[in-house]
Design a protein around this ligand. Structure first.
Ligand SMILES: C[S@@+](CC[C@H](N)C(=O)[O-])C[C@H]1O[C@@H](n2cnc3c(N)ncnc32)[C@H](O)[C@@H]1O
Length: 270
């Protein structure tokens, strides 16, 4: 019970009753639905689409016009098929000299660029351990039936993995390329990474989480966004007796920022 102060009236049961109208939100102040037009403009976190359709959306949301961008695993340039490269300053290279517009082999772990010189790095190395096998004949897609696939995803040669094997070789490449990307990126730069998880040696390897742990934990990056790309055609199946894991038909575009302070989270002062 509250003590009454002389001269002041003791609160009555009635004055304790709140005026609930004062808590009510005004109609029209909160937009709960989007117009069709706005809905069309909205960039979503998952698409059943090609990389060439999703990559422009990643750029629209996360990259300013005029940004200086290094695509360090350019491949066949599929990502850029539906992008007006004139809106940016784009530099492209690949380990395979035939895929490198400059005609030289450039390893994404050792880029010929100055420190702090790019706004964005795009990284899409081979995501499957099969592309790193020691014996060239054993490379994924080496049986001829998937050779186009191999041609697209790897440089068709055994990649020098500095001794690491299988899934570890995949991770090492993502991690070492991440370190190099951080070197060439400006301090508020953005790293866009394409990655697909894999089952390697019958073990589920959630590569997008493994590399995120490294980029966040070791390179102080902030995982700003994640896009899921679901393929429309069926994934290839070879030599499977009994299915143990769900066959992957999705991959990710991850967006990391070097300025690791999240801009969409309020932090208490330390
Ligand atoms: C998945 S493909 C990239 C596809 C590309 N994003 C596109 O849009 O066409 C992977 C590419 O990484 C290249 N590559 C493999 N190891 C590399 C390395 N250490 N440095 C640079 N490129 C590498 C391969 O030659 C291949 O072209």
């Amino acid at each position: 019970m509250s003590e009454s102060v002389e001269g002041e009236s003791e609160p009555t049961a009635e004055s304790d009753v709140v005026d609930e109208e004062s808590f009510r939100l005004e109609g029209g102040t909160v937009q709960t639905t989007l117009t069709d037009e706005k809905e069309d403009e909205l960039i979503l976190s998952a698409y059943q689409a090609r990389n060439s359709e999703v990559f422009p959306k990643v750029l629209d949301l996360h990259v300013e016009d005029g940004a200086k961008i290094a695509d360090v695993t350019y491949g066949k340039g599929v990502f850029w098929k539906e992008v007006d490269v004139g809106n940016y300053e784009v530099y492209a290279s690949d380990l395979d000299p035939e895929k490198s517009p400059c005609g030289h082999s450039v390893d994404c772990r050792n880029l010929p660029y100055e420190d702090d010189s790019f706004d964005v790095v795009v990284l899409d190395p081979p995501y499957a351990e099969g592309f790193f096998r020691r014996n060239k004949d054993m490379l994924a897609g080496g049986d001829g039936s998937h050779s186009n696939f191999r041609d697209h995803y790897s440089n068709g040669e055994v990649v020098d993995t500095n001794g690491s094997k299988y899934h570890q070789a995949v991770l090492d490449l993502y991690c070492e390329a991440g370190i190099e990307a951080k070197r060439v990126l400006k301090e508020d730069g953005t790293l866009i990474v394409k990655v697909q998880d894999e089952v390697s040696a019958n073990t589920q390897e959630l590569t997008h989480i493994q590399i995120t742990n490294f980029y966040e934990g070791e390179l102080d990056m902030y995982s700003k966004d994640l896009f899921v790309v679901v393929r429309s055609n069926k994934p290839a199946v070879s030599g499977m007796n009994k299915q143990v894991h769900a066959r992957k038909n999705h991959s990710f575009f991850m967006v990391y920022e070097l300025d690791e302070t999240p801009t969409n989270i309020l932090h208490a002062d330390d």
